[in-house]
Write a protein that binds this ligand. Sequence first.
Ligand code: NAG
Ligand code: NAG
Ligand code: NAG
Ligand code: NAG
Ligand code: NAG
Length: 340
Amino acid sequence: MRFVQFVVLVPLAITIAVDAFHDCVQSRRNSLKSRRRRPGRPSFSSDTSSPCSGGICVGMTDGPHQGGNASYPVAWNGTTGTRLEAFMTVPQYPKALDGITYYIWTDIFFGDESLGRMNQLVPQLLLGSVLDESTGPPDYKPKWHTHETWMFGAHYFFETLNLTTMKIESHAAYGPLFPAYPGETVYTLFEMILEGTQNDADTTSNKTSYVTDSFFPIWTSTMQVVGDPSRMSILPIRHPYMGMGRNWPRPSYSWFEPNFQHLCLNSCWELYGAIDAEHVPTSGAVYNLTITQPKQEHSHAYYDFTTWEQDEGNGICPSCRVEEHHSRDTQQVNIEIQVV
Ligand SMILES: *[C@@H]1O[C@H](CO)[C@@H](O)[C@H](O)[C@H]1NC(C)=O
Ligand SMILES: *[C@@H]1O[C@H](CO)[C@@H](O)[C@H](O)[C@H]1NC(C)=O
Ligand SMILES: *[C@@H]1O[C@H](CO)[C@@H](O)[C@H](O)[C@H]1NC(C)=O
Ligand SMILES: *[C@@H]1O[C@H](CO)[C@@H](O)[C@H](O)[C@H]1NC(C)=O
Ligand SMILES: *[C@@H]1O[C@H](CO)[C@@H](O)[C@H](O)[C@H]1NC(C)=O
């Protein structure tokens, strides 16, 4: 029985991770309908009598998970860009570890260009049977292992359409993995930083029109344990799709491309196999997120921050409280997840 469950769980988890949580709006011109929650999407909740089942997600009110178009502009003033810092506490282990796949994270994600089908920067805390490694270049194929204690790493998950098979393929890039312990606080940072001369600019064909600047912004994703710099996982993402889109019929190679000019944010306890209270963490967690946009020196414009709320989960167990406040260019989101 256990064997059968395992065999079912792994591909299911992959499919869910791919389809369920990560649709971000394309440019606002695009049809929202195509970005809505897909029908038949499995829910965290199950019909057991236990109130504790599945995970929980918190995101922007009227965000893609609710079928809405809320997103934040990616700002870049020439030296500094949009920045997200998140702290979260590592929960206590569940009583039972069998059959679980836990991904616990704060992410940023973008729309797609060309053959891209998924574009999510998602450093994560891992437990159970999880996607935790990559084959690296050139194919960036995901690899899975099982962990009975918490591990974490910076991570970029993306998908591409293979024009030969017309199938969507999953890809991953990972920073190094480190252990984390219940009660510790882990820190996640996403920032746009300036990278040096783009000496590999494509001058031999007319395919690539974006890579002409001598300096260009890259996204980096970092995850570390607060107070222990030796456990720090960093992943620089110089190009969307890790550069795999460079030779596509319509290349995608730069974070300046139009569909990367908005981003969506979420924090999730993405817990699969958490079918009852035994398989849910035995403590909650506290998160705080700070979203910072560069100052708009010569304008009186405000950034358009939206409110946040729970948008996945059964609302009973785990439950959560979300509060948000913002100023002209900074937003603070506090999340408190409780079990019981
Ligand atoms: C979402 O779309 C609605 C309807 O088109 C529009 O009124 C609203 O401003 C949009 N919101 C955002 C955040 O783009
Ligand atoms: C598409 O799939 C085919 C068949 O599996 C494979 O040989 C090819 O390398 C894939 N193309 C890309 C760009 O990954
Ligand atoms: C690039 O475009 C220019 C102008 O359209 C054309 O003259 C040139 O041959 C093209 N180069 C290549 C490598 O396709
Ligand atoms: C967020 O949590 C961290 C870790 O507990 C704390 O050091 C930091 O001051 C908090 N930030 C805010 C803005 O509350
Ligand atoms: C960009 O914004 C940062 C932070 O607000 C500021 O320190 C920097 O001077 C700005 N750079 C330019 C070129 O305006």
